[in-house]
Every structure is written in C-alpha cells, then in structure tokens.
Design a binder for this molecule. Structure first.
Ligand code: HDE
Length: 703
C-alpha cells in the first residue's frame, strides 16, 4: 500500500511541467535532457524518498530522526522575511544605462565620463501603501528605484514617478505612512488612501497640497511601468574633478511616451488581473520589446537657486521644465527579468546614501533623513549587516575593506591584517584622489528645530499643476478627490480638504464640494503666504500633452468568433505588428475559433478572462452567427460597453453591430468607432489608435 501511494504521488508530480521550465529557460535542459539530478538535502546527502516521512510501521508515529523531513519543514517555516514598511509590492528587472556624452565638465562620476559606455542596472518599480500581496492598480505613487553598478561603486537613485513629496521634513514620514496605510484597529483599507486617517493627516498638513494634486491626477494610475516618468525628486549635486559643484535634478522619461488608465478601468483591472503591471513588464521583456527611458538632468548653479521662485531644497516643489530645460544624458534599457524574484527583487536593497564620487547631496531635509533611514531598514529586513554580500546588492567593481564576520558572512578579509594602519603592508589603503570627497559646502548657524520661511508657500505650485492639465485631466482630478473624500466618514475632514482646494482652484473646490453634497462652503484655509496666480501653466506636466505619437508598445484585444473573416484577421495582425503593438485574441472558448475558411485561430483569453480593460484598443471581428451567440453573454456586453466608456478606439465588422447595440453603443456614435469592412479601414483604425483615447467622448459617457 505504501508503495502504491508513493508511486501515484510521483506520477502526479512529474505529470506536469515544473514551473522552472517556464522561466528564463536556464533550467529547461535538465528536464528535457533526461539527466535529472538526484534530490539532496541542503548539505548534499542524496534523498531516497521525498513522499513519506519516516515512521514506525505503515500507520505509526513519525520519527524525529527524520532529518530530511525536519530540514525541509524548518527551511519552509523560515521562507519569509519582513516586507518593506513602504513600497512592499514591487517588481524589478535588469538592464543597462548607456552614457550619451561625457559630463566631465560637471561631474567626476565615472559613469558619466565616456560616451557610449554601458553600466549594468537593476530597477525596482513599486506601489507605496499596499502590502506585498496587494493589487497593481492602486491609486498610489509608484517607486522608481534604480541601482547602477558603476565602476566606482553602486549608485542608487531611489526615486518615484512623481517629482514632489507630501512632506518637507523626514521627521513626519512615520506619521504620513501610518496615516496612509490601513487603519491600525481594523487593518483596512489596504492599498488605498480613500479613508479618514489619510485625509485627516493630509488636511492638517498644507505642505502636502502640491503632492495631493499629483496623486489625485492620472499619474497615480499608470497604464504600465513602461509608460511612466521617474524623478530623483530632491536636488542633488554633481561635483567635478576641480571640486566644483552644480545642482542637479534627475528625470527619467519613457521612450514610449506617458500613458495612464481611467479610474473606473483601474478598479476593474484590479479584479481582472491584480498583476497587470508586473505581467506587462514581464511580457514586454520576454518578447524582446525592451522598455527604455532617457535620463535627463536639470542643471543649475547657486545664482539660479537664489533667483528661483521657490527653495530648491524643498521637496514639495519642482523646477518647471519650461524654466529649466532637462538635458538628455543617457538611456536606461531593461532587457532581462530576474532568474528568481526573491533573490533579486525582494532582496535588493536600495539606499539613497549610495552615491559614487562625483555625486553628492543637497541639504534637502527630506533627503538628509532618507540617508539615515535606508541603511537601517535593510538590516531589519534582510537580517544581517552582510546584505551587501548578496549578489544583487554587491558592487560589480573591485572592492576591498576590513569589515568582517557577522551573520551569514560570505566574504571575509584574507590574510593576517584585518585593520588599518598596519605595518605588514597588507590590505587596502584610502586614496585621497580617487576616493569620495563630500562637497566642502560652508555651513554655519544655530542648532534649531525650524522650518525655513522659504518653504512656506504651499499652494502656488499646486495651482500651477492643476492649471497645466488638459480639461479631461482636470476632470479626473476632481473625480478622484470626490471618490476619495466620499469614503471619508467625518464631514469635518471633507470640509477641511475643500478649504484647501479653495486656495488652489475655486472651480475645482466647488465641483468637489457639490459632488460631496457640502451645503455650506467652508472658508479658504489660512495660507502662510499669499498664493501666486502668475505662474504660467507648464505643458510638460500633462500626460495627455506628452503622449506618444505612435501606438508602439500598446495592446489590442481582438474578439473573435467562429466564422470570422481570416483575411481581415491577418490584415489586422500584420498592421498591429508593423506598428510595434501587440495583438491578443479573445474568443468564446480559450481553445480558439475556426475562421470562415476553416483555419483554426488560437485564443489567448476566454471572453470573461480577457475583459477590454486589459487592452488599449479593441476590435470585434465577429461573424453574424458569432455576434448572435455572444448577445446573451454579459462578459461580451461588458467588453464593448467598458471599451466605449473608457474612451477606447473600437474597430468592428458590420456583423458585430448587434453586439454594439446590445451594449448600448451606436456604431456611428463618434469617430472612435471604426467599421473595418471597407478597404483601408484597418489603416484608419491603427492611425486613430495612436491618440490612445478619444477624450472627446468622455463628457458623453460621464465617466
Ligand atoms: Fe522611501 N523608503 N522614504 N522615499 N522609498 C523606503 O526603504 C523613507 C521617499 C522610495 O524598491 C524604505 O528599502 C523616508 C521619497 C522608493 O526597494 C525606507 C522618507 C522617495 C522605495 C524608506 C522617504 C522615496 C523606498 C522602505 C522620508 C522618492 C522602494 C524599504 C524622508 C524620491 C525601494 C526600503 C525599493 C523605500 C524611507 C521618502 C522613494 C523605510 C524616511 C521622497 C522608490 O527606508
């Protein structure tokens, strides 16, 4: 009996392709090649039976002597490490940074010395508030943390997809995060700020108002990591070989342009595919469509800093691109997924204080606080000061020091001398020329706890941001604020928020107040300094204004039925591929459909597993019989009505019109509905898709 139980367990284990076979392919040969390695314990003892614990008799008690069992369970019990206190949910990829031209004039950072040089990179994107298992399309800031393995040490540029922050001083960070995360007594809501505690804190912190505009904008619901910008946020310094300093702000710009989804879509994506963003990055990289960003820098000197409208040390402010043009200095390409998520993406340790010679900090009080926090958090999370020994964190350049021992030390100094100075002539020595030298800024002053007067303007740039948005984007901000504040139960908090909005834009404030049903408009919040209305709109701040000029990298969902027109399908497929976009087929059955000429077309999704929210544009390539069959399917109706409501371009065959009608969409409702039966219409459809969305429709569908 024991024997047959063992046999059947083995059969089912080998009946399915192991997961590793679907990874990057490295392990596949072991399975395909027929040379299966022998299973061993962690210490190499070959295992004879991995199906049954050691016991007395067939039905007797287990024996503690079974060290293989104990080791296996012990290790399993210790598999988890603490998740990050913020940015817990993340997804990373490897790639490289390529320098365009030497920046030696500004910095001695080795990475910027030689045109065309490639530096290995690892990037981790993340949401901030949600726990590790939360969904990707939370309305939230996205982390954009870049580790550059330079020849003079690792440089961690630990940024976000939003260029400003909620607070000006790091001492408020724990309060901000406590307020944003799930409330401590009930442990919800998770991965969202739509609750009393968050808006209570925010409405008591006027300095957060600029950031509030950004997180209520479409920036907080990106379509993909590939279509978002990244910002170093703080002012840093570049320092050249003559020890001269230039201030710098870092901005990553996606080559494929920016793009976001709409809120109603985000809510549905979270249900349809909680891993939407990670799957997108995985699919793009595995199919060779490597995402790319350009690194740009805003460079300025002390004179500019002194004359600029706001304090360049204040992380709640930007320098508009129209005021100071970002200069492209290199590109970042992500071309390889990690072999193992835990080893790399989970264990990667980013630390703002990791800067190589030639890059230095400013006195931004947020940055100064971060430089303390990141080292500390890695010790807590990774459990040993030797986390730098992990391959993902170790530098790729030569390194030598006298640090030794500690938990899990994998490298220790060799030889007799483990101290410096020593007269054995052993070990490394410092190098005053090559070594990191802090910029020798002159500092004096009293030891105080004070916020600088120059940090006091909390509304002017919030207003400028709002004024820089297109009408649909402004509408989205109003709707986001309404949604979030509608989840706040305390009326006083809602009203306090409206009192801040009054300082930003009166129409915005009254729209939100009206939608919330606030009858008596509060007075505007007291502003520490007058809010400026002379800051010109900055078009660089709008996503819609800065979209791509092609449909490259986007995805079309094509709904097929039996009897579909195979020639039209092929024409569409080739046009989509030529554009550099991706086509995915959706069908009533995931097994696919038989086209009119009998050819079989494979499907990627079954209709209810492939809702239109997963695509940038959709096509209904149906036969009459197919459309008829789908009329009764709620998922097919939603496929159409959602695509329409989310302002997507919809291509359709004449035979698909009954399905459009069932979804309440007139085939000639607007120019976003494109019939595909006439010659040249596929081209018209692809050209239309380059606009990504038909925003003009939005007022009609009242999203
Ligand atoms: Fe972070 N932040 N942060 N942060 N942050 C962390 O470090 C912190 C801030 C950012 O993918 C933690 O390893 C303080 C601004 C990213 O692994 C922690 C303050 C910006 C990531 C921490 C800030 C960021 C983190 C948690 C206020 C944008 C994820 C886990 C002064 C410029 C990195 C960890 C990754 C992670 C502290 C504010 C970006 C606790 C004290 C501003 C992208 O050290």
């Amino acid at each position: 009996m024991a024997k047959s139980a063992r046999r059947s367990a083995r059969q089912s284990a080998s009946g399915q392709e192991p997961d590793s076979a679907r990874g990057n392919g490295g392990e596949l040969h072991q399975i395909a090649g027929g040379e299966t390695p022998t299973l061993t314990t962690a210490l190499g003892t070959p295992v004879s039976d991995d199906q049954n614990t050691l016991r007395i008799g067939e039905r007797g008690p287990a024996l503690i002597e079974d060290s293989h069992f104990r080791e296996k369970i012990f290790h399993f019990d210790h598999e988890r490490i603490p998740e990050r206190v913020v940015h817990a949910r993340g997804y990373g990829a490897h790639g490289y940074f390529e320098t365009y031209e030497s920046l030696a004039k500004y910095t001695r950072a080795d990475i910027f010395q030689r045109a065309g040089e490639k530096t290995p990179a690892f990037v981790r994107f993340s949401t901030v508030a949600g726990n590790k298992g939360s969904f990707d399309l939370a309305r939230d800031v996205r982390g954009f943390a870049v580790k550059l393995y330079t020849r003079e040490g690792n440089w961690d540029l630990v940024g976000n997809n939003i260029p400003v922050f909620f607070i000006q001083d790091a001492i408020k960070f724990p309060d901000l995060i406590h307020a944003a995360k799930q409330e401590p007594d009930r442990a919800f809501p998770q991965a969202q700020t739509a609750h009393d505690n968050f808006w209570d804190f925010i409405s008591l912190m006027p300095e957060s108002m600029h950031m509030v505009m950004w997180i209520m904008s479409d920036r907080a619901i990106p379509r993909s990591f590939r279509f978002m910008q990244g910002f170093g946020v703080h002012t840093f310094r570049l320092v050249n070989a003559k020890d001269e300093s230039t201030f710098v702000k870092f901005i990553w710009k996606p080559k494929l342009g920016m793009q976001s989804v709409v809120w109603n879509e985000a809510v549905k994506i979270n249900g349809a595919d909680p891993d939407f963003h990670r799957r997108d990055l995985w699919d793009a990289i595995q199919s060779g469509n490597f995402p790319e960003w350009e690194l740009t820098v805003q460079l300025f000197d002390q004179a500019f800093a002194d004359s600029f409208d706001f304090d360049i040390l204040d992380a709640t402010k930007i320098i508009p691109e129209e005021v100071l043009e970002p200069i492209p200095v290199g590109r970042l390409v992500l071309d390889r997924m990690p072999d193992n998520f835990f080893a790399e993406t989970e264990q990667v340790a980013f630390m703002t204080q990791n800067v190589p010679p030639g890059i230095d900090f400013s006195n931004d009080p947020l940055l100064q606080g971060r430089n303390f926090s990141y080292l500390d958090t890695q010790l807590k999370r990774l459990g040993s000061p030797n986390f730098t020994h992990l391959p993902i964190n170790a530098p790729k350049c030569p390194f030598a020091h006298f640090q030794q021992d500690g938990h899990m030390a994998m490298r220790n100094p060799v030889g007799r001398a483990n101290y410096e100075p020593n007269s054995w002539g052993l070990g490394p020595r410092e190098d005053p020329q090559r070594g990191f030298r802090s910029f020798a800024d002159a500092e004096d002053g009293q030891k105080v706890r004070l916020r600088a007067e120059s940090f006091a303007d909390h509304y002017s740039q919030a207003r400028q941001f709002f004024n820089s948005q297109t009408p649909p984007e402004q509408r989205h901000i109003a709707m986001a604020l309404t949604f979030e504040l509608s989840k706040v139960q305390a009326p006083a908090i809602r009203e306090r928020m409206v009192s801040h909005l009054l300082n930003i834009d009166e129409t915005l404030a009254t729209t939100v107040a009206d939608k919330l049903g606030i009858r008596n408009m509060p007075d505007p919040a007291e502003a520490a300094v007058p809010t400026r209305d002379d800051l010109p709109p900055s078009p660089a701040l709008s996503i819609i204004e800065n979209g791509p000029d092609s449909f490259k990298g986007r995805k079309v969902g094509v709904l097929l039925s039996n009897g579909t027109d195979p020639a039209l399908f092929e024409e569409l497929r080739s046009a989509i591929e030529t554009e550099g976009a991706v086509m995915e087929v959706i069908a009533p059955k995931v097994g696919g459909v038989d086209a009119a000429d009998g050819t079989h077309i494979e499907a990627r999704h079954m209709i209810d597993g492939g809702p239109s929210v997963l695509f940038d544009a959709v096509v209904l390539l149906l036969s009459e019989e197919g459309a008829e069959m789908l009329l009764d399917e709620a998922a097919a109706k939603d496929f159409v009505s959602d695509a329409f409501a989310h302002c997507k371009f919809i291509g359709f065959t004449a035979a698909a019109q009954p399905l459009l009608a069932k979804a309440g969409v007139a085939p000639d409702a607007d120019e976003g509905l494109i019939g595909l039966d006439t010659a040249g219409s596929v081209k018209t459809f692809i050209e239309a898709c380059r606009k990504l969305r038909l925003w003009a429709r939005e007022t009609a569908v009242k999203l």
